[in-house]
Design a protein around this ligand. Sequence first.
Ligand SMILES: Cc1ncc(C[n+]2csc(CCOP(=O)(O)OP(=O)(O)O)c2C)c(N)n1
Length: 637
Amino acid sequence: MTLLECIKGPEDLKGLSQDQLTRLAGEIRDLLIETTTRTSGHLGPNLGVVELTIAIHRVFDSPRDKIVFDTGHQAYVHKLLTGRVGQFGTLRQRGGLTGYPSRAESEHDLVENSHASTSLSYADGLAKAYKLRGEPDRTVVAVIGDGALTGGMAWEALNNIAAAKDSRLIMIVNDNGWSYQPTIGGLAEHLAAIRVNPRYEHVLDYIKTTLSRTPLVGAPIYGTLHGIKKGIKDVLQPQVMFEDLGIKYVGPIDGHDERLVETALGHARDFGGPVLLHVITKKGLGYAEAEQNTVDCLHQVPAAGAAPGTWSRVFGDEMVAIGARRSDVVAISAAMLHPTGLAQFAAAFPDRVYDVGIAEQHAVTSAAGLAMAGLHPVVAIYSTFLNRAFDQTLMDVALHQLPVTFVLDRAGVTGPDGASHHGMWDGSIMQLVPGMKIAAPRDARRVAELLNEAVEVSDGPTVVRFPKGKVGGEVEAVATLGVMDVLREPAEDLAADVLLAGAGPMALMGLEVADRLAVHGIGVTVVDPRWTKPVDEALAGAARRHRLVVTVEDNGRVGGFGDAVARLLRDHDVDVPVKTFGLPQEFLSHGTRDEVLEEAGLTPQHLARQITEAVARRSPGDVRDTATAATEGQPVE
Ligand SMILES: Cc1ncc(C[n+]2csc(CCOP(=O)(O)OP(=O)(O)O)c2C)c(N)n1
């Protein structure tokens, strides 16, 4: 039995010797590597916080003390130290451990939201609440990376924490110099300067060793100098901003020296007010493949970069082509150049790409500024993270009718990252934005086509949304209807029963549904709307020629494309019934994309059955029964 297997909870850590802790750290690293290379997951970040997490659990008393992991992608070690070694092999699998903290999994987990830069605000609230509730002995610990610290919310929190002088709150800045890629911006440069500039520590050493040896006056002089340490720090590090904000700053210290981290955390805990502890760690430590990975230190396995054949890559390739043609097109990423497919554009046009850090709100309003000055910015962002910048999209971009194109990768079900990563909101919230146009390409060719159409729009914002993963085969239109593509007309011997409009790749699923329904004698017209906002009014005319309208989208059912179609029909007094299929408006847990879609009923089988039943309810005599269908070799289920 390994030492790690004996750890049933944080209390089991407390009696271990330093040698045992070193052994434990090795066992944790082995298990992290072995598991994530099999299940996928965040490897580099977790390898970097092994000693730090051990120290946190030895010094604090979780769950009485609260530990908030920013983003939560680096909480695997915490999972292992809080009784989940046995289940760790199920990481990110359907029904298994989640890839982020999970309240259902453990009383030691608190924050499940994997959107970055929130931990300090949660911690501020928790610490204030414990004080108000008369539980002042509880400590709240937030672990935040240098990447997450680039997000605006973290700075709003710091501003408030600085004023809450007696909050028992410890902020651990886990500084490895990396987000996905090296962290950028003024803050990153500041942290790097502290990290590499030995002058400050040398001066303090000099003061300690030389001045305090001076007889009689030594100690007082040292005390005085120590008292004005902040002044010295300002001279040597003019931008030491945390203390200028009024926050006690400790560090930088080596985050892999477990004993040192424990000592610093102990002092911070006993200080009684907010303390920021700056620890330096190495992302990927202990795994050569991660340490030497120059793209992202194996932030994730498999790598999150835009692999050939993926939607992200198709977008990235087309951006390079557009960039070559249009010198006014610029690209913006919020710390995710590689995963969003912008790496090639960045290499080709380094002056026309802006990586703004984990700062989606800034990304959008800064895009507004770029557009006001005559450029056409393309903001490439994961769908779920655009939620952060809704107000900026609405008021800063759309109100001013600015030509900004949002390219939303990972739109729809994403899979193993779970509830906070599914891109199932954008198709609804973007419907609310006046003047916004939303494109949903069904295949690679349409990504290129619609991206080009989007950057041609000069009087307002546009969205191009597509899912995660590999692009499927291409399907050409058999006809067009306004801006829409008709992909299939009912066979000659069938009536025009159902008009099925599938947004993006759901149009291709619509073709499979049509095949299945044809077996039941149900004729289907399959339409790809291409633009899901505004919905082309020609759809209302087409609806009149059918007995049932069906919409399918990889987005929450509430307020998305389906609801927009239903509204269009109401507005045009079309009384053909509409069935809208999409994701249930719930927080959907993790699994593969196919598993989650299956559970949501977004498969050709489920859709065909539901549509058959709907048609049968309206005109029972017209639908051939399932038994007949089965004998013809194409079962409904
Ligand atoms: C709002 C938001 N934008 C983007 C991301 C995607 N993301 C996940 S981890 C990460 C980098 C985090 O860097 P850092 O906080 O330094 O932690 P590290 O992985 O280096 O330990 C990013 C950009 C996110 N989780 N949330």
